[in-house]
Design a protein around this ligand. Structure first.
Ligand code: SAM
Ligand code: SF4
Length: 354
């Protein structure tokens, strides 16, 4: 697969010739502040902008389980102040997530202003796709580098069941609209159990005629995800190899996350695997997470984090910067999904941001 095509999916980084010199990031990153104790470079921040959602996925926020906090989420200005400090510290890639990030009308504006922060190379969004068509022009205008749409099945009835009432046709229309705008688009599928591997063929086939990456995320035992066994990605790969026997690993990097990508001569796009349970996931982890209420966490598996909201309001920029340094120092070697009693993260995935 040619590198230029892969680059399109990854999203173009800002270059100096575009007149946007990442000066602030360079100043600090050279000091090695964003290297964790294992030598991993931490340059990726997932920012959750809300813990509310317009779907009720049974493995994430099933009906009746909503524990959305009464406290308001960080404001646009607060998010931007934290992101500015993150960029100083060495963060260059930001994923905007939720809950459902497009429930906030200011999400496109946030993306636009994040893009303008010196040092920030890419800003991407993860969404369930229901409101995407409405916000696509604004996101395009904001210069969004990529959009991930969550989609676990192509069966309309199963989609309704999994999501607690979502409309599959709406999501599919959003995906087509994003592709028509030439926005690098990825699909994220989290399968509930081994039987759901049947869904993987139809989902993967979306990449036959479209320049899209269809990625399978192994179910993680976080929040309500622990109620489902999930589907081993090795089983999915075996199934897909029956259909596309020439599937081979893609050499080009297609993003900044832990996915391993495959391609085939019969695919226009790619198949990706995020093997949180059965793969080697943590040694290349480069991310921190910020919740919509301002908790900065070093790892998805552990609830302990640093509360930034009080620092933001009372202490200012230097304290925020030190909080990033501290979070990186505290980054554990890896998750503990195989020893569930050790998982200290008690929030739901919609509160963490995925
Ligand atoms: N609402 C947006 C969406 O659905 O894309 C963004 C937030 S959602 C929490 C982000 C991603 O986390 C989705 O792709 C969802 O499938 C995934 N997710 C939620 N719970 C999960 C779990 N227990 N294990 C693996 N992935 C999970
Ligand atoms: Fe909402 Fe996304 Fe969680 Fe589904 S996975 S309930 S769309 S936050």
């Amino acid at each position: 697969m040619c590198g230029r095509k892969a680059e399109k999916l990854k999203g173009k980084e800002k270059s100096q010739s575009q007149g946007q010199v990442p000066d602030r990031q360079d100043r600090f990153a050279k000091a090695g502040q964003n290297l964790d104790p294992l030598g991993r470079t931490i340059d990726y921040l997932r920012i959750s902008v809300t813990d509310r959602c317009n779907l009720r996925c049974i493995y994430c926020m099933p009906k009746g389980s909503c524990r959305c906090e009464q406290e308001p989420p960080l404001s646009l200005e607060e998010l931007l102040e934290i992101a500015g400090t993150a960029a100083d510290f060495g963060i260059s890639h930001i994923k905007v997530t939720g809950g459902e990030p497009l429930l906030r009308e200011d999400t496109p504006e946030l993306c636009r202003r994040l893009k303008a922060i010196p040092g920030i190379q890419t800003v991407t969004l993860t969404t369930n796709g229901l409101l995407l068509q409405k916000y696509l022009p604004a996101l395009k205008e904001a210069g969004i580098d990529g959009i991930n749409v969550s989609l676990d099945t192509l069966d309309p009835e199963r989609y309704r069941q999994i999501t607690g009432g979502g409309s599959l046709s709406q999501v599919l229309a959003s995906i087509e609209a994003a592709l028509a705008e030439e926005i690098p688009t990825k699909i994220n599928a989290a399968l509930l159990d081994p039987e759901a591997a049947e869904d993987s063929l139809a989902l993967a086939a979306l990449a036959e005629k479209r320049p899209i990456a269809v990625r399978f995320i192994e179910m993680m035992p976080i929040g309500c995800g622990s109620r489902f066994p999930g589907c081993d990605n090795r089983l999915i790969l075996k199934k897909l190899l029956e259909r596309w026997p020439d599937l081979k690993k893609e050499k080009a990097a297609l993003g900044y996350g832990p996915a391993v990508y495959y391609t085939s001569d019969r695919l226009t796009g790619w198949i990706g695997f995020i093997s949180a349970i059965h793969g080697t996931f943590c040694q290349s982890c480069r991310r921190l997470r910020l919740s919509c209420h301002g908790r900065l966490t070093p790892c998805l598996c552990y609830g302990e984090g640093i509360e930034l909201r009080p620092l933001l309001r009372q202490e200012g920029k230097e304290a925020l910067y030190q909080a990033f340094c501290e979070a990186v120092k505290r980054k554990p070697e890896g998750h503990c999904f195989s020893q569930q009693e050790k998982i200290s993260e008690k929030r739901m995935m919609s509160q963490i941001g995925g």
